[in-house]
Design a protein around this ligand. Structure first.
Ligand code: SF4
Length: 529
């Protein structure tokens, strides 16, 4: 963290004033008003659920008067929304916090907070390791965060030496099974309900939560301990949120849940709403949503009714993310996944039978405790057999507090985990390349996300010189273009040259070449949505 411009708000601290060192009562209103014009930097690590949590939290704080900034050096409040699923993700946050020690010395009013799974998992031990951390808020307590942030900044502005140490953590409640099954009796529901919709490039794609938490307790996974038990949101609230987002310009909605297909709601009249019902209801209620997706599905009990709704509703994308984790029954048992490899394959076959064009992604863990070369080979075989469009492959790292960390020694050497990880990746890339090659010559519908992270900007004139594809595209001569990327309905990444203003639109792209990771094509039009 380098030295940056002095925050606006720091100059407004009233010298000589010594209010009480408590958070709300006794604070001069002037400090509270100043705090509510603070600048917030929020960095997100981890999954889509965290991305959504960050959007909701940022929206609430924006509504309170905070300005969201991209530069941590200009912020009055720095929050990290963290992930504990792998050790690597936590190490990144420790390193960010280490860098902030100097920032706090330079800007004594700065408020530093850790939110999300790592805050919940580490708890107040974080204060001992890094005393400059001021607040911790677990993922099941985020409705309390706006008040905590306002109070913390007001207190710091009044007294830069104030020791804050605020916490909102579920603690042992987080690990309890289905303690609060219904979203309408859950305080966190207010965070989702308060969602603000801002029109702009990002408005075209949005996440909507349908279920919070997880009850599955896979032996390696920290999520049930950090996010708490499954809580299902009322269908009416979900549909109202989707409608609000669609009215704000959303064309693609992704429904989120840790095990999204296990969604279940009971209406007051006793009528049950299962995930297939919910999908159908959203599809029918908000036809302006052109793409309806959902992640992440749990392979056990994945109902044929969901596949049938996907088959019958044209705006539901034929994409499934079904983490297998291993191809070995012995490993699946130790992981407590609740299915065998044969049952998993049966599900994939059934999905392909009902939806011949379905695109399927998976997850694998390399080097789970006790994994032998034979177990590893079974995972490679499963990738070949199921022909995933991609797999998220990770080396096992024990998460303290989980059953696997308690009960199984982490006995696969690091170099073996690395080799197996690479071998799984290599097999997956072979499969993906074969699938992608079959798409050359096809025209696919792409939701444009924006400039590709690897795409070099260049002028339209340059592009016309070296790429006939670019010359055929409909942008005006001389206008700057760049490499854009987007996703097909089956979630394949597509890169093509185009005008950056296409971000957030749905276009058609003819595929001309492929790699294992992406398709490359030329723009052939779109509906200009
Ligand atoms: S289903 Fe298993 S892996 Fe997925 S969040 Fe729940 S416990 Fe973790």
């Amino acid at each position: 963290m380098g030295s940056g411009p002095r925050p606006l708000i720091a100059a407004r601290v009233m010298p000589g004033c010594r209010p009480r060192r408590i958070l709300t009562r006794g604070l001069a209103p002037a400090y509270i008003r100043l705090a509510m014009r603070g600048r917030l930097f929020l960095e997100t690590f981890g999954c889509q659920m965290n991305v959504l949590d960050s959007q909701l939290v940022a929206g609430r704080l924006r509504a309170c008067g905070f300005e969201i900034v991209d530069d941590p050096d200009s912020a009055d409040v720095i929050l990290y929304n963290t992930c504990s699923v792998r050790d690597h993700a936590e190490q990144k946050v420790w390193s960010r916090l280490g860098e902030l020690q100097d920032a706090r010395k330079r800007r004594p009013h700065l408020v530093i907070g850790v939110i999300g799974c790592m805050a919940e998992r580490q708890g107040t031990a974080m204060f001992h390791k890094y005393p400059h951390v001021d607040l911790l808020c677990g993922p099941a307590e985020l409705d309390k965060l706006p008040a905590m942030v306002c109070n913390a900044l007001a207190t710091r502005l009044a007294d830069p030496a104030a020791a804050l140490r605020q916490t909102a953590l579920a603690g042992p409640r987080a690990g309890r099974n289905a303690a609060v099954p219904w979203g309408d009796s859950d305080a966190l529901e207010t965070l989702d309900l308060s969602r603000s919709v801002v029109r702009g490039d990002d408005a075209a794609r949005a996440y909507v939560r349908v279920t919070r938490g997880c009850n599955k307790f896979c032996s390696y996974c920290i999520v049930p301990y950090t996010r708490g038990p499954e809580v299902h949101r009322p269908p009416a609230n979900i549909i109202a949120e989707v409608r609000k987002l669609a009215d704000g310009g959303a064309l693609e909605i992704t429904l989120l849940g840790q095990t999204v297909n296990h969604y279940f709601w009971k209406e007051p009249d006793g009528r049950a709403v299962r995930f297939a019902d919910l999908l159908y209801m959203i599809h029918e209620a908000v036809p302006s949503v052109r793409r309806l997706r959902f992640v992440t599905s749990y392979p056990r009990d994945f109902g044929e009714d969901v596949l049938a709704v996907m088959r019958d509703c044209p705006r539901i994308c034929r994409y499934l993310h079904l983490p297998a984790q291993s191809g070995s029954d012995r490993m699946l048992r130790l992981m407590r996944r609740g299915y065998t490899a044969a049952q998993y394959v049966e599900l994939i076959d059934r999905a392909r039978e009902m939806l011949p064009d379905v695109s399927i992604a998976s997850d694998f863990i390399a080097g789970f405790p006790g994994e032998t070369e034979d177990d590893h080979r079974l995972s490679m075989d499963l990738i070949r057999r199921c022909r995933f469009k991609n797999s998220f492959i990770f080396k096992y790292s024990p998460r303290p507090g989980t059953a696997a960390a308690r009960e199984y020694p982490d006995d696969v050497p690091v170099e073996v985990k690395r080799r197996r990880n690479n071998e799984l990746l290599a097999v997956q890339q072979e499969v993906a390349l074969e699938l992608n090659r079959a798409m050359v010559g096809q025209t696919v519908e792409v939701m444009v996300e924006g400039p590709s992270p690897v795409g070099a900007r260049r002028s339209a004139a340059d592009a016309a010189d070296d790429a006939p594809a670019a010359a055929a595209a409909p942008w005006r001569p001389g206008k700057e273009i760049c490499q854009l990327s987007g996703r097909t309905r089956g979630d394949q990444i597509v890169c093509f040259d185009g005008d950056p203003s296409l971000a957030g639109r749905i276009v058609n792209v003819a595929i001309i070449e492929v790699s294992p990771l992406a398709l490359r094509g030329r723009l052939v039009g779109g509906d200009g949505v």
